[in-house]
Design a protein around this ligand. Structure first.
Ligand code: GLN
Length: 280
């Protein structure tokens, strides 16, 4: 089938409209992946014909998207903090909301050579973005899932951030450093009963990265409790959480002895991260 760039985009977006809120963007992202060009190319060369093998690949991607697969899985990549991250179904797809956690961490008054730990790193998005901005920080990243550790290491190599220490650990189990200046985490925090789990991209992400018992609080509370043994005096704990979990999490941090407990909103004005400082 002879297909031009603009024809392919029109055809794909009309098919995607029924299953995606971002049909034309989805079509563009997939086509750019197939032709391996920058976005401006689509508007500069709308009448250019695709090669037969490009048409074939584009149709295969479209079929996957029509079955609901996330765009990030189809193209194998997602941008986070303006950096390209390899993505696969073994872990969470990085979310724009999580950039507020990175921004909050970077705004903390930390020493130039601060020791930082990222728990449940997944793709490595948080740890590698922090290391990218603060080359002197000593950043460690752990994940319980071996495939996630391998993925984070692949991203570490691609982003040339070999100084970041990535290893397998079930939360703190294999962590042997007890004076972190900052511990960050985007743990699973969705209620196991949440109805959104049967809609959209999350259907294709592992439950181990999404849901936790106790209405989503189990891992947040466990990390908050355990982190006290791994923080340097005056060190910070910074956790991402659901938009309705801020009050309970702040109460928990205060009960556990953290000071300066505060919540930060994301760019959609939802409560998204809560931080506390371990006393000096
Ligand atoms: N914010 C994500 C969502 O609502 C969940 C991420 C997480 O559980 N850590 O889909």
């Amino acid at each position: 089938m002879q297909l031009t760039i603009s024809g392919a985009l029109k055809w794909a977006s009309s098919q995607l409209e029924s299953i995606s809120d971002s049909a034309s963007l989805d079509a563009e992202v997939m086509l750019l992946h197939v032709i391996n060009k920058q976005r401006s190319y689509l508007y500069t060369w709308p009448d250019r014909s695709l090669e037969p093998e490009q048409v074939f690949e584009f149709k295969q991607m479209l079929a996957k998207r029509l079955r609901g697969n996330p765009i990030a899985h189809i193209v194998g990549e997602r941008e986070f903090w303006s950096l390209p991250f390899r993505v696969n179904p073994t872990t969470l797809i990085p979310r724009p909301d999580t950039e507020i956690l990175v921004e909050t961490a970077l705004n903390l008054p930390l020493a130039e050579s601060a020791k930082v730990l990222d728990l449940g790193t997944g793709t490595g998005a948080i740890a590698l973005s922090l290391a990218h901005e603060r080359s002197e920080w000593q950043v460690c990243a752990i994940d319980k899932v071996d495939d996630a550790v391998a993925l984070a290491k692949e991203n570490r190599t691609n982003l040339k951030l070999e100084q970041v220490d990535v290893f397998q650990s079930d939360w703190f189990d294999a962590v042997e450093c007890y004076d972190f200046n900052l511990i960050v985490s985007n743990p699973p925090y969705i209620d196991e009963e949440d109805e959104h789990l049967s809609q959209g991209d999350v259907r294709f992400e592992p439950a181990s990265a999404l849901t936790a018992p106790q209405r989503g609080f189990a891992d947040l509370f466990y990390i908050a409790e355990s982190a006290r043994d791994y923080l340097a005096p005056g060190g910070y704990l910074l956790l991402e959480h659901g938009y309705q979990q801020a009050i309970e999490l702040r109460e928990k941090l205060i009960e556990l002895g953290y000071e300066n407990v505060a919540t930060v909103r994301d760019f959609g004005s939802n409560d998204r991260c809560t931080l506390g400082r371990w006393p000096r």
